[in-house]
Design a protein around this ligand. Structure first.
Ligand code: FRU
Length: 517
């Protein structure tokens, strides 16, 4: 993998130096907790994905980045590109902080018709709109690139949208085809309000609507209610196909700063309609639903300008962390990782429209040959699979459980005193991930715990797809109906696997090699 270091900033123009350096990959991916197949920066801090956009055969992942350290600060847009959503190449900082103005979250579009007039030689510009953060003001700024995101020019020194507010941030922009205009959704965070704007040139924006809500969270047995306390951040508004029909519905994704379903920060969504100007939620599915039931899934947004895929779902990437302890996690030279890219669609059930999330198909290219187990008997259960020839910390595991009376599941990343448990409780119909003894849990009071999601068996079965990547466990249940994303920090020798419960019917494990080689 090639990593490119350093950058030069001059008079608003941001140009990379040509200093490129081949990563010492052998030591790099062996670092403690370094994910093998999730994006991490070579060094320093990252948080939200920003400006996800596809252009000219490249997927761009920009992100909140501190180029100077492993804690939050000096926020700038880091940058990585990929041709397959699987292998990433880190590029120089795209947009660095500018004096007292930090570069907060935002998004990118490809201005195909050159509505902004910022294109050159008939080539569409890549346009980024992001929040410029000062101690007393947050407003929206524009920058553009005429060379596929390699260098960026700030459009003037002034914001393009300033309400004189302290907390107005995270613009997501997209093209709304039916009305032939651009749309922006951003949030007044502490007011828990999403604001909608429209524009024909990306520079001048007119307010077209707003969305806010305050209804009590639904009560579900065994599940903490989604609290209504958290500030809103990183909105996204997307139109998704409803599986098995020609229908499409709009979904408003929001990140909430606290009080999420697993505690601390997390994501919620509403399903409804968008008329090109404002979003209205469906009355039938009025309540917010959690996007992910784990502790570490935040600020996910979707790609703009995606090539049409068969089902026209959207692709999202989230930040696998929680603001409760994000700055304390025990990694060394880097801190923060992105989730796997997920394909989003809706499914319709008796309780309304539900988000479905599946890892993108492209990830299949990573999977090694399967180790398979079927017809579990008591003898095979509760035996460490290291005895059965499998030991590892980077793999995809699929499990098929029968919802009998007793709990069933798997203990992952095990040594003699550590394990991360993924289990299903058929009586309470809860799927859980328990990381209480997962390794280093002592760095933050809010880190250890057991996080659960309601999962109904389908035809008496629950199927799990679990992606283990050294310091994270992403669980997709019943073909993406429910996801649970959690970080773990086990010792290097915690590589064992142990199945438990009578309900287990089949399991298969496919090892995964590092994407960094
Ligand atoms: C969300 C967030 C955004 C903000 C960014 C700053 O994690 O707080 O609201 O733009 O991080 O890094």
């Amino acid at each position: 993998m090639i990593r490119v270091l350093s950058l030069v900033v001059s008079a608003g123009l941001i140009a990379p130096t040509l200093l490129a350096q081949r990563m010492p990959t052998d030591t790099f991916y062996q670092q403690l907790f370094r994910p093998f197949f999730h994006y991490t920066p070579q060094s320093n801090w990252i948080n939200d994905p920003n400006g996800l956009v596809y252009f000219d055969s490249e997927y761009h992942l920009f992100y909140q980045h501190n180029p100077q350290g492993t804690k939050w600060g000096h926020m700038s847009w880091g940058h990585a590109i990929s041709r397959d959503l699987v292998h990433w190449q880190e590029l120089p900082i795209a947009i660095p902080e500018a004096g007292p103005v930090m570069i907060f979250s935002g998004s990118c579009v490809i201005d195909k018709a050159n509505s902004s007039g910022l294109g050159v030689d008939g080539r569409p510009p890549m346009v980024a709109i992001f929040t410029g953060h000062r101690a007393d003001n947050q407003s929206q700024y524009l920058a553009y690139s005429n060379d596929k995101g390699r260098t960026w020019t700030r459009y003037g020194t002034q914001p393009i949208l300033d309400l004189g507010k302290k907390d107005f941030r995270d613009p997501k922009i997209f093209w709304y085809e039916p009305a032939q205009h651009w749309v922006m959704v951003s949030v007044l965070s502490p007011e828990r309000k999403a604001l909608f704007y429209t524009s024909t040139n990306l520079k001048n924006w007119t307010r077209s609507g707003e969305f806010s809500i305050d209804i009590p969270a639904p009560k579900r047995p065994g599940i903490p209610p989604t609290a209504r306390s958290g500030i809103w951040e990183c909105p996204d508004l997307i139109e998704l196909p409803v599986e098995g029909s020609m229908e499409r519905k709009w979904v408003l994704l929001l990140s909430v700063g606290s009080g999420a379903v697993a505690g601390g920060s997390g994501m919620e969504y509403y399903v409804g309609q968008f008329d090109g100007r404002t979003f209205t939620r469906d009355v039938a599915t009025a309540a917010a639903r959690p996007v992910d039931w784990g502790k570490d899934y935040y600020a996910a947004v979707t790609f703009n300008n995606m090539p049409i895929r068969g089902n026209r779902g959207a692709i999202s990437i989230g930040w696998m962390n929680n603001w409760q302890y994000a700055t304390e996690t025990p990694t060394r030279s880097f801190r923060g990782a992105m989730s796997l890219p997920r394909e989003l669609r809706l499914s319709k059930s008796a309780t309304g429209y539900e988000l479905r999330q599946r890892p993108v198909q492209e990830l299949k290219s990573l999977l090694g040959p399967a180790f398979q187990w079927a017809g579990f008997d008591q003898g095979a259960l509760n035996q460490s699979l290291t005895d059965n020839g499998f030991s590892g910390d980077t793999y995809q595991l699929t499990l098929d459980l029968e919802a009998t009376k007793a709990e069933a599941g798997v203990r992952l990343c095990r040594n003699t005193d550590q394990e991360t448990v993924v289990g299903y409780d058929p009586v309470r119909q809860l799927l859980y991930v328990d990381r209480t003894r997962s390794g280093d849990v002592a760095f933050a009071r809010d880190f250890p715990g057991r996080f659960a999601a309601p999962v109904k068996p389908q035809n008496g079965r629950v199927s799990l797809q679990i992606w283990v990547d050294r310091s994270s466990v992403e669980v997709f249940a019943n073909d993406g109906q429910v996801t649970l994303t959690n970080q773990i920090f086990p010792s290097p020798d915690s590589r064992g696997i142990q199945f438990f419960g009578d309900g287990l019917r089949s399991a298969s494990i496919r090892p995964i090699e590092p994407i960094w080689k």
